[in-house]
Design a protein around this ligand. Structure first.
Ligand code: ATP
Ligand code: MG
Length: 194
């Protein structure tokens, strides 16, 4: 078969797939894996949505010590509301009970996003850890996600996503680390890493 014919068949196949994909609904996108790019991908979807004047709720469940570039940018955006888990959660967290309380407080505010039909896109950044550390209840989260407004999109990020999140998500990507600059002793870079 010649090239032109092959391409024509391919185009027909793709066109039929596009025609079949006619369901309009809010989707859940889950970005997991050990490589760099999960939160950046979520931020990318925020900028896409902002371009269309959509309203966005962002919940960040692991807050670093300093504000990131996107935090500074989103503060200026009237269509973005942000909830931060109010603690310096770290791997060597000194106070698990306090972290749990703070996680629950942040989740309470996040639930408001998930019940507000005027919010088009909700970002749940680093949510996977809250479930894995049992700070938040997996079933409760899944129930909330299922009962959100029909057209609302959700993006969830974090390593080691549990099966419940994978099952409920419509799109799941695993970002694989091939290399990371940090391993060559290059420090985290402004505008790239934070
Ligand atoms: P990013 O926010 O850059 O998209 P991420 O959300 O995929 O990264 P996290 O696990 O949330 O990854 O880590 C956040 C920070 O750690 C970022 O500064 C990121 O560059 C860095 N980082 C991500 N993956 C790795 C890795 N495999 N090794 C070392 N540092 C990493
Ligand atoms: Mg991240």
């Amino acid at each position: 078969m010649n090239y032109k014919k092959r391409m024509q068949l391919k185009k027909e196949h793709i066109d039929s797939r596009i025609e079949a994909a006619n369901i309009e609904k809010g989707v859940i996108v889950l970005m997991t894996g050990n490589g760099k790019g999960k939160s950046s991908s979520a931020i990318g979807m925020v900028s896409r949505a902002l371009g269309y004047g959509m309203k966005i709720g962002i919940a960040k469940f692991l807050k670093g010590e300093q504000e990131t570039g996107e935090d500074l940018f989103f503060k200026e955006q009237k269509n973005v509301q942000t909830v931060f888990m109010e603690t310096g959660f770290t791997w060597e967290s000194q106070d698990k009970d306090l972290d749990k309380i703070k996680a629950l407080e942040a989740w309470k505010l996040t639930e408001e996003f998930l019940s507000d039909p005027t919010i088009d896109l909700v970002i749940l950044d680093e949510l996977t850890y809250m479930i894995n550390y049992k700070y938040l209840d997996e079933e409760e989260i899944i129930k909330r996600l299922k009962s959100r407004p029909k057209k609302q999109h959700v993006v969830i990020t974090g390593r080691a996503a549990c099966k419940g999140l994978v099952d409920i998500a419509d799109t799941v990507s695993e970002v694989k680390e091939i290399k990371h600059a940090f391993r060559s002793n290059i420090k985290a870079q402004r505008g790239i890493d934070f």
